[in-house]
Design a protein around this ligand. Sequence first.
Ligand code: FAD
Ligand code: SF4
Length: 456
Amino acid sequence: MPEQRPPKKAPLNPKRTPIRENDPMERRGAFVEALIPYTREEAILEAQRCIQCGKPWCMDECPIHQDARGYIKLMAAEDFDGARDLILRDNPLASCLGDVCYHYCEAVCPITKRGEAIAIRHLKQAAMMYADPAKPYAPVVPTNGMKVAVIGGGPAGLMNAWILGQRGYDVTVFESSDRLGGLMTGTIPAYRLTDETFQEDMARFANLPVHFVFHAQFPKELSLDDLQLEFDAVFVSIGTHKSRGLGIPGEDLDGVYAALNYLKESKRGERRSIRPRVVVIGGGDVAMDSARSAFRHGAQEVTILYRRSREEMPADDQEVKEAMDEGVTFQFLVAPVRFLGTKRLEGIELQPMELGPPDESGRRRPIPAKTPPVTMACDAAILAVSQEAEIDLLPKDLEVKLAKDGTLQADPQTGATKRPGVYAGGGASVVHAMAAGKRAALAMDAYMLAKKNAAA
Ligand SMILES: Cc1cc2nc3c(=O)[nH]c(=O)nc-3n(C[C@H](O)[C@H](O)[C@H](O)COP(=O)(O)OP(=O)(O)OC[C@H]3O[C@@H](n4cnc5c(N)ncnc54)[C@H](O)[C@@H]3O)c2cc1C
Ligand code: SF4
């Protein structure tokens, strides 16, 4: 008999199936989605580029260990229902992440050595879009008699509630505002994430023993001591809602805005316009969203001012590209010295900078150049420097700290605070916040079971 040879592997295709975009100059006039999702056929083609690595680099890199290799394989075989179910096994916010995840998985995909990484985030989006909606993933869960309180209904709190709800805990999420989703739904502009997409994800909580209480402000309406009397464990996930200022003269002038407030007002439909010449201070994604929103509110010129160079800018490359395509201009190596004007903002004084040796973040530290400050005329300034958690709300005995990224930091492995039964966490991206919620949920589950067994 002739020897049977294994089928030949298809040659590696280094080129990504293109992702189409709406015309930048047309889209910057409205809050419509900037990127056009893959069609079903494009998604299959892209999934077929995956080489199904022996070691799942993409899954290992994902903070919630989403099995990207597994769902991409199913999509390559045109099984979108199977792919969707596999995604939802680990991820209740999959539709949102299909739109806004920073796709850390793509950075480690080995295909980058020969070309472009698999478009994992766009494939997740396609799996969620093209799976049969008549066959939704719908766990129905009996309760186990134990109760959990989650303070804050952002991605960390929702992930925590979803995992513990699936394990039968009766979970109540206390949210200070009138909506869920935290900064993700409250600030990310609708051209990147719509409310409808979030509602698709929230529908998956319907069969779980998870309840939501709105306008519940911790600790004003909810003291931790009272919660601990009623609930077996508590997870504190209040996000990073305190904007850090620059601490320079003129910050209180009319026309100077904190980015979080500006974006929250915009997302709630309370802000529809801005003055013509806008500067945005910062180099992260919040700065990109502020700058792009300003055009959509009618600005004529939008300039991002950043104190380091393009190489050190932390914003996602795709967000920077989309901002540049829409006409946002960038001035690098400038630091604000003061805002100018009497009552109303009229301009900004900027110190030219140069790069010195690296700082503790590994990026080269900006230091003032030997050239004098320059002034720039502007009518509105949006400060997108950074934000942090309102840590003073937490009782001191929890011994929770602020991490470098401004999030709450308790035990890094479990989210446990120094008070038994109280956990805390959050993250500087949606998926990192979800990972914090997951870590705490697993530890809370173990804690509550141990307590129950000890009492039995
Ligand atoms: C403009 C902008 C764009 C972003 N873009 C992206 C992106 O593209 N991709 C990405 O991955 N990440 C992005 N992020 C980051 C991401 O949104 C956050 O990392 C994530 O939402 C953090 O989740 P969290 O649950 O820790 O906190 P939050 O999302 O802040 O949720 C905390 C919740 O707690 C509530 N709360 C606060 N204080 C109290 C209190 N005292 N009592 C009761 N409830 C309270 C809040 O109302 C909120 O609902 C962006 C952030 C911003 C600001
Ligand atoms: S790392 Fe890239 S090529 Fe490897 S399994 Fe994941 S998506 Fe496929």
